[in-house]
Design a protein around this ligand. Structure first.
Ligand SMILES: C[S@@+](CC[C@H](N)C(=O)[O-])C[C@H]1O[C@@H](n2cnc3c(N)ncnc32)[C@H](O)[C@@H]1O
Ligand code: SF4
Ligand code: SF4
Length: 364
């Protein structure tokens, strides 16, 4: 693994995988409400200046409709992200939605801009057993935050992240797993290393991601040999109106593969002709027949390799794909529950064998 750069995009060749379609997807993006209190320039929905398209793509899902979906998928104990291109903390009845999910044994992982978190909600997250919460910070200075997220309230977001850490500790809990994320762009890249070193000392996991723009991930060295995209085999992005797009990057749902409320539920869409045809084109190397996927390179983001390493004097399990790098603190692995990000859990037993004090004290 290349350790020259903290940027994603530098892993060895992708492992060959067998592409199987499970009975139900294991991971869902559920667009409970697509509104947001920010308009980050890179955001594939709110960063757009096409107001008409945005109007059609923004809405909210009725509570009963969300429950209908949960009742269908609960048997596979999937993972849900309760937003797509929106801010989950703004969802109406958020607590009821989360309670509904957890009552059904579903893992819930959240990304948030963190601006509106308050102590009662943070306490609820612990009580309900939220599995993970990642705060999107993308910067170490208010000036850079302003450039990449359009606001300069870095102190507020950092305070709210630390509020979540404090509340969890006070309540004697290990969940939710708490992360800080940095989506790399030209405007913030100079703060990346400082960001990792700073937050790896406080949170359970730091995530570094690449930006998707103009139909692909930026700045990655795409492997020459293309493989079918993992998104088609494990993830279903369900927009507020029940429409399902090929993947989450289709923020305006331009290529709909079905609707979970009118086309036979989640199973009907998942095994429907449209998605099966797209998978067939991927498996037979006919990517040009799927316009949305044709020039995309994000398929390379679904295979990870990992290594135990050190960052700012902290022992971490570094998981690296072409899209993300995760710095998972080894002394906080107790917050890693079940099916956290839709990909395989690490070898916990092997990690427990590591003497962390000794490992950290070793010379590089
Ligand atoms: C779309 S947001 C939704 C949740 C929440 N509003 C937030 O910002 O965390 C989820 C994550 O996607 C990242 N993101 C935004 N635009 C992106 C893009 N064009 N490519 C890749 N990631 C992006 C954000 O930085 C955030 O970490
Ligand atoms: S906070 Fe999240 S949903 Fe809102 S504009 Fe930024 S990336 Fe998009
Ligand atoms: S190849 Fe790209 S556009 Fe197609 S499903 Fe995968 S991530 Fe989405």
């Amino acid at each position: 693994m290349s350790k020259d750069s903290a940027r994603p995009g530098e892993i060895r060749d992708l492992a060959k995988k067998t592409w199987e379609v499970p009975e139900l997807p294991e991971r869902y993006l559920l667009d409970l409400r697509s509104e947001c209190n920010l308009a980050c320039p890179m955001c594939l929905l709110h960063g757009s200046d096409d107001d008409e398209a945005k109007e059609g793509a923004i809405g909210k899902m009725e509570f009963d409709q969300a429950t209908q979906i949960l009742d269908e998928i609960k048997e596979v104990k999937p993972l849900i992200q309760p937003s797509m291109w929106g801010e989950p903390l703004l969802a109406k009845n958020l607590r009821d939605h989360l309670q509904n999910m957890k009552d059904r044994g579903i893992s819930v992982c959240m990304n948030t801009n963190g601006l509106t978190l308050r102590e009662p909600l943070a306490r609820f997250f612990v009580e309900v057993g939220l599995d993970s919460i990642f705060f999107s910070l993308d910067s170490t200075t208010p000036e850079t935050l302003k450039k990449v997220r359009g606001v300069n309230k870095l102190q507020k977001i950092e305070d709210n992240l630390r509020l979540m850490l404090r509340v969890r500790e006070e309540m004697g809990a290990t969940m939710p797993r708490i992360g800080a994320t940095f989506t790399v762009q030209d405007e913030n890249e100079h703060e990346l290393e400082e960001f990792i070193d700073k937050w790896v000392q406080e949170v359970d996991v730091v995530r570094v991601g690449t930006v998707f723009e103009d139909g692909g991930l930026t700045g990655i060295s795409t492997p020459q040999e293309r493989v079918p995209c993992g998104a088609l085999y494990h993830t279903m992005p369900i927009h507020f109106d029940g429409n399902v797009s090929i993947c989450c990057f289709d923020s305006f749902a331009t290529e709909i593969v079905g609707n979970v409320f009118t086309d036979g539920g989640v199973k009907g869409v998942w095994h429907g002709d449209k998605l099966n045809k797209i998978r067939h084109y991927h498996e037979t190397n006919q990517y040009d027949k799927v316009p949305f996927c044709k020039d995309c390179n994000a398929w390379a983001g679904y295979v990870y390799e990992e290594e135990v390493t050190k960052r700012a004097g902290v022992a971490v399990l570094e998981r690296r794909s072409h899209q993300f790098v995760y710095y998972n603190r080894l002394d906080r692995m107790d917050s890693w529950h079940e099916n956290l990000r839709g990909h395989e859990p690490p070898d916990f037993e092997a990690l427990e064998q590591i003497d962390l004090d000794e490992f950290v004290a070793e010379e590089a």
